[in-house]
Design a binder for this molecule. Sequence first.
Ligand SMILES: Nc1ncnc2c1ncn2[C@@H]1O[C@H](COP(=O)(O)OP(=O)(O)OP(=O)(O)O)[C@@H](O)[C@H]1O
Ligand SMILES: [Mg+2]
Length: 460
Amino acid sequence: MTRLWTASDLLEATGGTLDTPFGADGISIDTRTVRPGDLFIALVGEGRDGHAFVPDALAKGAAGAMVHRDIPGATPLLRVDDTLAALARLGGFARFRTQAKTVAVTGSVGKTTTKEMLRTILSAFGPTHAAEASYNNHWGLPLTLTRLPRDAVYCVVEIGMNHAGEIAPLAGLARPHVAIVTTVEKAHIGYLGSIEAIADEKASIVSGLEPGGIAILPLDSPQFPRLRAAVRDRTVMTFGASQGATGRLMDMEPDADSSVVLAEIAGREVRFRLNAPGRHMAMNAIAALTATLALGLDPHIAARALENFAPLAGRGTRRKLALPAGNALLLDESYNGNGASMRAALDVLRLQPARRRIAALGDMLELGTAGPSEHTGLAEAVAQSADLLFACGPLMRHLFDAVPAHLRGGYAADSAALAPMLAGAIAAGDAVLVKGSLGSRMKRVVDMLDALVPADKGFA
Ligand SMILES: Nc1ncnc2c1ncn2[C@@H]1O[C@H](COP(=O)(O)OP(=O)(O)OP(=O)(O)O)[C@@H](O)[C@H]1O
Ligand SMILES: [Mg+2]
């Protein structure tokens, strides 16, 4: 079988030079995960220069390394002008040569979840390649494309942004046949300035659409008219609960750990069980099913396949904590947090049959001047869903002070200090939601709760 990257493709794609011809079966940017036969790309990042790791990568069996500086004694090398720019060229080349139908997912929340739902669905139809983890930026997206197997029939990528202008160039590399905007919410508003600016940025994904490509937009969003106007003459499909949506949520039976969803996809009724609770998850699923329709695939087969979907680490995974006096339930949402996903997670907390529902929340970051009001704005949702609030971080202080006194379980400066406080308070029968921006490091709270479970009693 032809290698993923032959020597001639590497040269043609990058415009570089090879000291000894070599091909590669995979692409790596990290010596901790490099595999024999990979091309190791020496990227220069914050405080780290991949060039220093080239000898290590080669010792671990890398087929060769792509560099823009000499590494004495290291061979074989693919020399380029700039490794990051050459990575993008490799990604563009991979996209150019593939026959795979490509779906790109952007949006304020739900990108990775929707991407993984599409991976699950499309794998039922043919060989599917999807981005690893949340790889959605200037290196994550091209890296995903460089790894695209030659026989892939479908490719699903994620496109993210922190600042204006970041989406269009990535969309231009991915050239999707179908582009989804999951949501438009106040995430990263500190950098973007307004919700309208966020909508415009998301809509710019259509600049990369293939001719005849289809944009899938959230009909229920207050920003829908703006998105719709921005994509102009492109073919549009919509999803949501509103009348007229191409993929429409008709009804759902919410349960503590799953939902039965009734949807109409282009007028055809589709019913399926989704092993991830919450209306937000049902909406992601309907966006994914609408994308499947846009690819010309059968939504019924897609919905059956979707029943194999499970939540991702830190985004709604749940586990029992076997405490000495009985079980408690942990809802691990520690991966990320903003206003929209906080409300979604609190809704799921409310569904849990528990003695006490506890919300342990850390700061939502990158909100700029909207920070304090975005935090106090959660007070009502907390009061509706939680019996107790544990909070940490300077911004969550605003929320902690805004909730009624009987809900105040405890406040700490940071997650390291909150963890023991919560660990001391949790009891059998409780359901605990742990959530905050990645930078608030709520994973430390999750880790301490996990550690409460005697090793022989732990189960995932
Ligand atoms: N449609 C949605 N509405 C609200 N919250 C959602 C939605 N989809 C997912 N979430 C929640 O948002 C958080 C992040 O989900 P996910 O990782 O899918 O988003 P993302 O857009 O990929 O995030 P990132 O920008 O960090 O890559 C999780 O807590 C998840 O449960
Ligand atoms: Mg993501």
